[in-house]
Design a binder for this molecule. Structure first.
Ligand SMILES: [Zn+2]
Ligand SMILES: [Zn+2]
Length: 757
């Protein structure tokens, strides 16, 4: 990644420092440098090149060849060479740098309070780039002609804004516009500060503001006012899924949440993701920010616009604000990016709109991470990360991988790179499918990819699968869901050969047309053997089982005891009528499907211990189970389980279910039951991995699937397996959940084309 990240001026200044002659230019395959001087100095130059590079630069390879000495005297920067089929990596959007922030905070600077300040080291990239090579006419900044001052900076190789394509100032660049439905339009000439002062007053009054951020609209309100947060939930049709908040800096974050050194580093990192943090008991946030959940997603300002908002709000309120900062969309639709669209779609949600006139070309949501055992684990990969590639190095095939259904991403490959898209959302409605197609079209153009094959999930009901199979022009390559999970983890760590793959998630279509999700696979890129699984239980009523954990709890009870135990606690999980119907479905095998899903096991246990019988989003019960287990500070003993049969081995859970039921009937605390449940999972993962090592002589373990976003499960498995001598790999680049699936599909398809043809 050497374009749009200040690499050419860096090379220019480095060459001048060493007194070398030649030139540097952007070429379709990266950066081309011609350089001459005495051999020893050249050697130092080449050594310094990667070592001292600017922060956003990523060098994959330096290819060198010698040419006759030309006798050049000076070093210069040449215009881009756009010839040929361009392929260059595009940088992600990066948070404002310290120097630019200082400019906007300095009353004497010409960019004082200017929300669109940026330089070569910071600012928007992916969200505004239309095509490569990355030059201003190829961005949404093309419509703004630079003033003389900006142009001077832009042309000066020693200036921080040399070839900073989005370079702008209050004279020549974009500006804010405030739209209050009750007042007239035409506020464009009010200063940014005046507009945001008005916004600060409105926020203090408990109003909801839609505001055009970097990758899309965000909805903001005061996170300390219960009525405002509840109103936002009502209008956004979002019942319980947590909202993220934004605060001015890490000091304010620490006043609300516990923040470890690694979490602080993630908060202030240039990707500026939402970091999931444990709230302090005395944090004065409204309960509705993250109902029933001890963690809150926190992010810091990532643009000068956010920074200015927080400064102005602080001045207006006389205290540090904590603002809800959530995606500007209704329910699960894609985030809104267009000014007119915003007023149409978000008109029923927001009281006022803060627009600006820099177009967002590509919508990019906020990213989400959490820190587990000191490592940053991606949960949602979007702004700041996309479209960073993963180097696969498995041939040159150009492939489209369509991902799964939930948390969908797509992935394109070219020249050995896999380029996962930003988070697109759940592919369950027309709007998200359109976003998928739009992203595919734009990424194909941006990276000049013309796919010849399409990789897809085996689930026939997924829109991504239907889209893939509708592409008659592409060769179809079906990939089993959990195989793709393991391959995504292998691809991140560039693992070759066979590994032990532990793929645990909520739902994935199996090769036997049942629902899988608690899988131990011996896998390489070409194939897998299902070595072990959670022994399947019946899921009553298909899809609705996901929102009603009590259904799978009934299934585990019937599976374990043959009938529902007599204690009255089991008669209150749902209404008597519904219990009777579901019990009948399960005993008569009517409208049921077998599942080995680990996600459903979490649901079952959450319901059994009385924590949660219904949920409003997938994974909610598991989240609550993890939260309550983390309250148990004692070393929790695992329950018993059985391993039976072979090909695959069935992991039998009745011994555990029996002990949990006895614990519930004896009135044991939920935290203890939940902690022992987690300990059991760690124990059984380790036990099955040991068997696989003994039988298959494999020692590398890949942990993937949404369940491995559970910190207790992930850190527990990593610790136990490592102490047992295993090499353990988990996700750092793409999420363990279905957001990472497309990378695995792409890696598998590339290898299949390379080896099998
Ligand atoms: Zn900057
Ligand atoms: Zn200007």
């Amino acid at each position: 990644m050497v374009q749009g990240v200040g690499f050419r001026p860096y090379v220019y200044n480095l060459a001048r420092r060493f007194g070398l002659a030649g030139f540097v230019l952007n070429s379709p395959r990266g950066v081309f440098i011609e350089i001459e001087g005495d051999p020893a100095t050249l050697k130092s130059f080449v050594a310094a090149l990667p070592a001292e590079a600017p922060p956003l630069v990523r060098i994959a390879e330096i290819i060198r060849s010698e040419i006759p000495v030309l006798g050049d005297a000076a070093f210069s920067i040449h215009e881009s060479d756009a010839a040929g089929s361009a392929f260059a990596l595009v940088p992600p959007d990066i948070c404002v740098c310290e120097a630019c922030l200082a400019d906007t905070r300095d009353a004497a600077n010409r960019r004082y309070d200017y929300p669109f300040t940026n330089c070569t080291n910071c600012g928007p990239r992916y969200s505004i780039i239309l095509d490569v090579p990355y030059d201003r006419p190829m961005t949404t900044m093309a419509e703004f002609a630079m003033c003389d001052n900006c142009l001077r900076e832009y042309r000066d190789p020693e200036n921080r804004r040399f070839h900073a394509q989005p370079n702008a100032c209050p004279v020549c660049g974009p500006h804010l516009e405030l739209v209050e439905p009750d007042s007239e339009r035409g506020e464009a000439h009010r200063s940014s500060r005046a507009i945001l002062s008005r916004v600060a007053e409105l926020l203090r009054e408990g109003r909801i503001v839609a505001w055009k951020g970097l990758g899309g609209y965000q909805l903001a309100c005061d996170a300390r006012q219960p009525a405002a947060v509840e109103e936002l939930r009502r209008r956004k049709h979002r019942s319980e899924k947590p909202f993220a908040i934004m605060v001015a800096d890490e000091r304010v974050a620490e006043s609300l949440c516990f923040v470890s050194a690694e979490e602080r580093a993630a908060l202030v990192s240039r990707e500026r993701p939402i970091v999931l943090l444990r709230r302090r008991p005395d944090a004065d946030l409204a309960e509705a920010v993250s109902p029933g959940n001890p963690t809150t997603g926190v992010m810091l300002p990532s643009t000068p616009m956010h920074d200015l908002l927080f400064r102005v709000v602080h001045e207006c309120w006389g205290r540090d604000p904590a603002l809800i900062m959530t995606s500007g969309n209704i329910s699960e639709e894609p985030i809104v990016i267009d000014n007119t669209e915003a007023e149409e779609r978000l008109g029923s949600v927001a009281d006022v709109f803060v627009h600006h006139n820099r177009r967002i070309h590509t919508r990019v949501d906020d990213s989400v991470v959490r820190v587990v055992s000191g490592e940053v684990v991606p949960i949602r990969r979007a702004r700041g990360y996309a479209p960073m590639p993963v180097f696969l190095g498995r041939g040159e095939a150009e492939i489209l991988a369509c991902g799964a259904q939930q948390k969908n991403t797509l992935c394109l490959t070219r020249a050995g790179f896999a380029i996962p898209s930003q988070h697109l959302g759940d592919l369950e409605n027309f709007e998200t499918l359109r976003f998928f197609e739009e992203t595919l079209e734009r990424m194909s153009r941006l990276f000049h990819v013309r796919p010849t094959a399409v990789a897809y999930d085996l689930h026939p009901g997924y829109l991504s699968t239907q889209y893939a199979l509708g592409r008659r022009d592409l060769r179809p390559i079906g990939v089993q869901h959990h195989h793709a999970h393991i391959a995504s983890c292998m691809a991140e760590h560039r693992l070759d050969g066979r590994v032990i793959g532990v793929a645990w998630d909520g739902t994935g279509f199996g090769t036997d047309s049942t629902i899988w999700g608690g899988e131990f696979l011996a896998a390489d890129y070409l194939g897998f053997e299902r070595f072990a699984r959670l022994r399947p239980v019946l899921l009553a009523g298909g899809g609705s089982g996901v929102r009603e954990p009590w259904r799978v709890a009934r299934s585990y009870l019937l599976d374990t005891f043959g009938s529902i135990p007599a204690s009255p606690v089991w008669s209150t999980m749902a209404s008597p009528d519904r219990l009777r119907i579901v019990d009948a479905m399960l005993t008569r095998h009517v409208n049921t499907i077998p599942t080995s899903s680990a996600g459903r096991l979490f649901d079952a246990v959450a319901s059994l211990i009385g924590l949660r019988h219904t949920v409003s989003f997938e994974g909610q019960a598991a989240m609550m189970l993890e939260a309550i287990a983390s309250l148990d500070s004692h070393h929790a003993d695992p329950y018993d389980f059985g391993l039976n049969g072979s090909s695959p081995i069935d992991i039998d859970l009745p011994p555990m279910i029996r002990e949990i039921v006895a614990g519930v009937e004896a009135g044991q605390p939920q935290s203890l039951l939940a902690a022992r449940f987690h300990a059991t999972l760690v124990d059984l993962v380790a036990e099955v991995c040991r068997r696989m090592r003994a039988e298959l002589q494999l020692n590398r373990v890949c942990l993937s699937g949404g369940c491995f976003q559970n910190a207790i499960l992930l850190s527990g498995c990593v610790e136990v397996l490592r102490s047992d001598g295993f090499e353990v790999f988990s996700h750092r680049e793409v999420p363990a959940n279905d957001g990472g699936i497309s990378l695995g599909q792409a890696a598998i398809a590339c290898e299949r084309l390379r080896q099998v043809g």
